[in-house]
Ligand binder design. Structure first.
Ligand code: KIV
Length: 275
């Protein structure tokens, strides 16, 4: 069954937890979709795990459109959400609407996600008014990493916790259909979830959220530059890939690959005419 913004709302009402993962290409999106994932985020974590940048700041609209379109082709039932990259929405409401529209028209996403709380309320309002569903993202917002001064858990002091509650309310009032809570203490995330009228999707925010999201390379053990505390390795696919690459190199070097079963043949009579 196709996941939609309505099925996300219904899942929360029925107490059914939502599972989301990131994907950046057709094959991975297809596998996640076949597994029954509710939503696929084409995250700007693309910058870290696919493009090899040290943060998400350099990711462009063209990068996001290119990868969102590939994911959209692989996802049949999952809701595809595309991240709005750094500076595609911060400078003006006009930029926000135009760039959200591009992610839908050219990237074929079903919704967009953008980072921030109270300060991006006007952008969320204008994008939703244009008929584009918006997922909010509060707590640790990696595009503001230079302002945060590093990857830190957010909302630990009273002032920071109040700010997070205000941000959650602002994002909901502006019209977001769901909100990501990143790196937030479990009890604060639970409080946001209980006060919220829209599904909360946690990453490093404990089990009290309405859903969870992880970067797929993290949960498959394919990315080892750094591993946040909240990541659980559900498989060691990185090790399996490395071993397969080594086996391939060895077989090529010793000449055992390709064998007859992987080789095309032709009639000897035709071949003889060539001599
Ligand atoms: O870009 C991303 O992958 C994200 C998730 C970590 C929520 O924003």
């Amino acid at each position: 069954m196709k996941n939609t913004v309505n099925s996300f709302r219904e899942a929360r009402e029925q107490g059914k937890r939502l599972a989301m993962l990131t994907a950046y290409d057709y094959s991975t999106a297809k596998l996640e979709d076949e597994a029954g994932i509710n939503g696929i985020l084409v995250g700007d974590s693309l910058g870290n795990v696919v493009l090899g940048y040290e943060d998400t700041i350099s990711v462009t609209m063209e990068d996001m459109i290119h990868h969102a379109a590939a994911v959209a082709r692989g996802a049949k039932d999952a809701l595809v959400v595309a991240d709005m990259p750094f500076m595609s929405y911060q400078a003006s409401v006009y930029d926000a609407v135009v760039n959200a529209g591009r992610l839908m028209k050219e990237g074929r996403a079903n919704a967009v996600k953008l980072e921030g709380g109270v300060e991006v309320g006007p952008q969320i309002k204008a994008i939703t008014a244009a008929g584009i569903p918006v997922m909010g993202h509060i707590g640790l917002t990696p595009q503001s990493i230079n302002a945060f001064g590093g990857f830190k858990v957010q909302g630990k002091s009273e002032a920071a916790a109040r700010k997070l509650l205000e941000d959650a309310q602002a994002v909901e009032e502006a019209g977001a259909f769901a909100v990501v809570l990143e790196c937030v203490p479990e009890k604060l995330a639970q409080m946001v979830t209980s006060k919220s009228g829209i599904p909360t999707i946690g990453i490093g925010a404990g089990a009290g959220c309405d859903g969870q999201i992880l970067v797929y390379q993290d949960m498959l053990g394919m990315f080892s530059d750094y591993t946040p505390k909240f990541v659980k390795r559900f498989a060691q696919v990185g090790d399996t890939m490395r071993r397969a690459f080594q086996d391939y190199i060895l077989e090529v070097q010793e000449g055992s690959y390709p064998s007859r079963e992987h080789t095309f043949q032709m009639a000897d009579e035709v071949l003889e005419k060539l001599y």
